[in-house]
Design a protein around this ligand. Structure first.
Ligand code: PLP
Length: 375
C-alpha cells in the first residue's frame, strides 16, 4: 500500500473533461492574459470569499508583495515600517515584506493551533508597527475578531495571508473577507490550485484594488500611460479558466478533507503523537494535517518505510534561514520548538479508505512506541 503525500494528477483528472473544454474555450477566445475569463473568475472568487473586489495576479508571493507596495503608493506605509508576521510562516510572507523595504517582526504562534493570537501579536507591537499579516496556516483561520480589535486600537492594517485557507470560515464570512486585504495563492498543490502559478488579492477597498491592478500591469491603467513604476504580475486566462472549473468543486473537496481529518483525529491514538487542535471545525479547511512528535525523524522514517509519504512544514523558520542571517540571533522559542516537532500526514481528496486506514494503522503502531517501551 503506497500513500503519496498529494496525488496532483489524480486530483485534476477528476475534472479532466471540464478542464479540456475550458482550455478550448480560452484557445478559441484569443484572450490569453486578463480579459473576460479572468474577470469572470475574479467576480466568482470575490463572491465566494465574501469580498467586494478580487484582482488576479501571477502568484501568491506577488499578491502579498503588490498589496504592501500599493499601501506604500497610497502613503499608508513607509520604508522600514514594521510588519508583524508569524515566526512559523512559509518564507514567502516574509519575502514580500523585505522586498518592499519594510521590516518583519516575528510573532510567536500558539503551540496548539500553530496560529498567532492577539496576545502574541500584542507583545511585539511598537510605535513603528503598521501592518499585521495573520497567516491562516495549514488551512485554519486565525481568531480574527480580537486581532481586528487590536489592529483597530493601534491603527494597523491587516493583510490576511490566505494562501493555505481558501474557504476557511462560514458562508459569507470566509478567509479573504476579514482584513483590509487578503492574498491568495493558487499554486497547484493548494486547496484551490491552478495548473501552474496563479494568485489573487481580495479586498473590500475598491481604490486599493485599482492600485494593485495598476502595479501588476506596469503601473498602468490605460495602455501606454504609466502613473506608477509597476511590474508585470497578471493572471493568465487559461489559469483563470482552470480555476473557474475547480472553484465549483472546492466546497466538496473541503468536505472530503474534513472527513479525512475527522478520521485521523478520532482514530490516531498513539500517545507519542499530538494531534492538531482546532477550536472551531468550520474554520478549518485542512490544507495540511499537521501532527507533533518529539521523535519526529523516527516517526517520519517509520512511515516512509511503510510507503507513507510525509513532509515537514517547515523544517527551518524564516529567521533561521541563510537568507535572513541578520536575524540569526533572534530567539523565538515556540517557533523554533515547532520546527523540530511538526509533521504533515497525507491529506488528499483522492485518498481511498484503504489508504486512510493504512496511515492510521501505521501511526498507531509506529516503532517509537516499541523503542520507548520496556520490552
Ligand atoms: C504558498 C504560500 C505562499 C506563496 O504562494 P506562491 O503562489 O507559491 O507564490 C505564501 N504564503 C503562504 C502561507 C503559502 O503557503
Amino acid at each position: 500500500m503506497k500513500v503519496p503525500f498529494l496525488n496532483l494528477k489524480a486530483v485534476n483528472e477528476r475534472y479532466q473533461q471540464e478542464l479540456l473544454e475550458a482550455c478550448e474555450r480560452v484557445i478559441k477566445s484569443g484572450w490569453y492574459i486578463n480579459g473576460p475569463e479572468v474577470e469572470a473568475f475574479e467576480k466568482e472568487f470575490a463572491n465566494y470569499c465574501g469580498a467586494a473586489a478580487c484582482v488576479g495576479v501571477a502568484n501568491g508571493l506577488d499578491a502579498l508583495r503588490l498589496t504592501l507596495s500599493a499601501w506604500k503608493v497610497q502613503g499608508l506605509l513607509q520604508d522600514q515600517d514594521e510588519v508583524i508576521v508569524p515566526g512559523n510562516t512559509f518564507i514567502a510572507t516574509v519575502l514580500a515584506i523585505t522586498d518592499n523595504n519594510l521590516k518583519p517582526v516575528f510573532a510567536e504562534p500558539d503551540p496548539d493551533s500553530f496560529l498567532i493570537t492577539s496576545d502574541t501579536v500584542k507583545s511585539v507591537i511598537t510605535d513603528k508597527s503598521r501592518v499585521i499579516i495573520p497567516v491562516h496556516l495549514y488551512g485554519q483561520l486565525v481568531d480574527m475578531p480580537p486581532l481586528l480589535e487590536l489592529a483597530r486600537q493601534h491603527q494597523l492594517l491587516v493583510l490576511e495571508d490566505s494562501a493555505q485557507a481558501h474557504g476557511a470560515g462560514q458562508m459569507s464570512k470566509r478567509a479573504g473577507s476579514f482584513g483590509h486585504a487578503a492574498a491568495f495563492s493558487f499554486y497547484p498543490g493548494k486547496n484551490l490550485g491552478a495548473l501552474g502559478d496563479a494568485g489573487a488579492v481580495t479586498t473590500n477597498d475598491q481604490q486599493l484594488a485599482e492600485v494593485i491592478r495598476a502595479l501588476g500591469n506596469y503601473g498602468s491603467q490605460q495602455k501606454y500611460i504609466h502613473q506608477l513604476q509597476g511590474w508585470n504580475s497578471r493572471l493568465d486566462a487559461i489559469q483563470a479558466a482552470m480555476l473557474r472549473v475547480k472553484l465549483r468543486y472546492l466546497e466538496s473537496d473541503i468536505q472530503i478533507r474534513r472527513s479525512i481529518a475527522q478520521r485521523y483525529l478520532s482514530e490516531i491514538t498513539n500517545p507519542l503523537i499530538t494531534l492538531p487542535y482546532s477550536a472551531e471545525p468550520a474554520n478549518h479547511v485542512w490544507h495540511l494535517f499537521v501532527i507533533k512528535a518529539d521523535e519526529r525523524s523516527k516517526l517520519q522514517q517509520w512511515l516512509s518505510d511503510h510507503d507513507i509519504e510525509t513532509l515537514v512544514h517547515y523544517p527551518c523558520a524564516p529567521h533561521k534561514q541563510q537568507a535572513y542571517k541578520d536575524y540569526a540571533d533572534l530567539s523565538r522559542p515556540v517557533t523554533e520548538m515547532l520546527q523540530h516537532q511538526v509533521l504533515s500526514l497525507p491529506i488528499d481528496p483522492t485518498m481511498t479508505d484503504t489508504q486512510i486506514n493504512w496511515v492510521i494503522e501505521q501511526c498507531n503502531k509506529n516503532s517509537l512506541q516499541m523503542v520507548s517501551c520496556c520490552d
